[in-house]
Write a protein that binds this ligand. Structure first.
Ligand code: CAA
Length: 385
């Protein structure tokens, strides 16, 4: 498949990046993706290689161990990794967008040296603990308590749906110092998962992205030193929501990669499969599927790169990131569904990658804000002026 998407024009460094990441993803990740999916094995060796290639802290400045690249490059690399393995892609996305980014944006110099640098180098892995059993779409009402104590805080409560929760070395944890303060009581903390009282209390058994862990975390009076408060007391919800703006570009890119894999598999299958005495690629019904799949994919890709470019330019990109995530995730599910239709009965079997694409695509409409939440964000921004 060509690396020329018509945008950004004549950007040789980005074309080179796509070629390098694609070559690595197709040779080192794609051949193992079926095994990762079937066994649910965490792709530790691949994550280590991603770290060595600078892909676990892509947008972090080099002085803090990152690759110093822009968000458009990040979106492009994410698509390539996701086209090979969606589980690996979300592990990478959470570390880059949901962990490195808030540390870079809100962390002190000391916090950046101590936590951001090993995370960006891929030597450590992070997770983002915002959601709770009763607070997924509505994090402003979260309940995990941060109780002030000598030299810091004690965290008490439960977090749910935490990607990388089983493997993470550090967690960005959101907790409230006083529920009566509403969202003005929410704080962000950097938690060492080796701290006493930190427990992985449940692992979810999922439809797709099976090789990435989705954990419930229990905080049994976990002590967090005062210097591990990220940002200020009461700033936690803003940190979470601004982080999710960037996270949505990552998930949009993951959705693009899954969809591209499904489209590529469909084109290959249509050119090989014969029915009625000819390749099915000759049938207009199949050609129309392929045309619609390619068009929806490219539309979603351009929305995603637009959001990333706005982030790189320092503009407010909340709406554009929500549009990108909405369009890319819905396109991904639609394209994966059509890919199975192109494959007929074969597409419903585990022998063909489109079956995995279909299962993996669904989560992109749910995590880091459901499609309904993205519509709420877009409508609010549209109507605010
Ligand atoms: N950036 C910074 N601040 C923001 C913001 C943004 N994008 N959006 C809102 N805020 C601020 C507001 O300015 C406001 O602050 P002030 O009161 O000081 O002005 C405050 O946050 C609350 O704003 P709202 O009243 O608009 O917020 P709300 O409570 O009505 O919620 C929402 C809005 C869009 C529904 C939001 O809660 C949301 O995005 N929910 C979805 C959460 C989500 O994506 N969860 C997934 C968790 S991560 C995950 O999936 C797990 C994983 O591991 C992958």
């Amino acid at each position: 498949m060509s690396t020329n998407y018509g945008w950004p024009e004549n950007d040789e460094s980005k074309k080179l990046l796509i070629e390098q990441v694609r070559s690595f993803a197709q040779s080192e990740i794609a051949p193992k993706a079926k095994e990762f999916d079937e066994t649910g094995r965490f792709p530790a060796e691949v994550v280590k290689q991603l770290g060595e290639m600078g892909l676990m802290g892509m947008m972090v400045p080099e002085e803090f161990g990152g690759a110093g690249m822009d968000a458009v490059s990040y979106a492009m690399a994410m698509e390539e990794v996701a086209a090979a393995c969606a589980s690996t892609a979300v592990i990478m996305s959470v570390n880059n967008s949901l962990v490195c980014w808030p540390l870079q944006a809100y962390g002190t110099e000391e916090q950046k040296k101590k936590f951001l640098t090993p995370l960006a180098r891929g030597e450590k892995l992070g997770c983002f603990a915002l959601s709770e059993p009763g607070h997924g779409s509505d994090p402003a009402g979260l309940k995990l308590q941060a109780i002030a104590t000598d030299g810091g805080y004690k965290l008490r409560g439960t977090k749910n749906w935490i990607t990388n929760g089983r493997e993470a070395d550090f967690a960005i944890v959101f907790a409230t110092v006083d529920k009566a303060l509403g969202h003005k009581g929410i704080c962000a903390f950097i938690v060492d998962t080796k701290a006493q009282g930190f427990q992985v209390s449940k692992l979810e058994d999922k439809l797709g992205i099976t090789a990435s862990s989705t954990a419930q975390l229990f905080f049994d009076d976990v002590f967090v030193p005062a210097d591990c408060l990220l940002g200020n007391v009461g700033q936690g919800l803003k940190i979470a929501l601004s982080t999710l703006d960037g996270g949505r570009i990552g998930i949009a890119s993951q959705a693009l990669g899954i969809a591209r894999c499904a489209l590529d598999a469909s084109k290959k299958f249509a050119m090989e499969r014969e029915q009625f005495g000819a390749k099915i690629a000759k049938l207009q019904a199949i050609q129309f599927f392929i045309a619609d799949m390619a068009t929806r994919l490219q539309a979603a890709r351009l929305l995603t790169w637009n959001a990333a470019r706005m982030k790189d330019l320092g503009l407010n990109y909340t709406k554009e990131a929500a549009m990108a995530k909405l369009a890319a995730s819905e396109a991904s599910v639609w394209i994966a569904n059509k890919a199975i239709q192109v494959h007929g009965g074969y597409g419903y079997t585990k022998e063909y990658v489109v079956e995995r694409n279909y299962r993996d695509s669904k989560i992109t409409e749910i995590y880091e804000g459901t499609s309904e939440i993205q519509r709420i964000v877009i409508a609010a921004q549209e109507m605010s002026g």
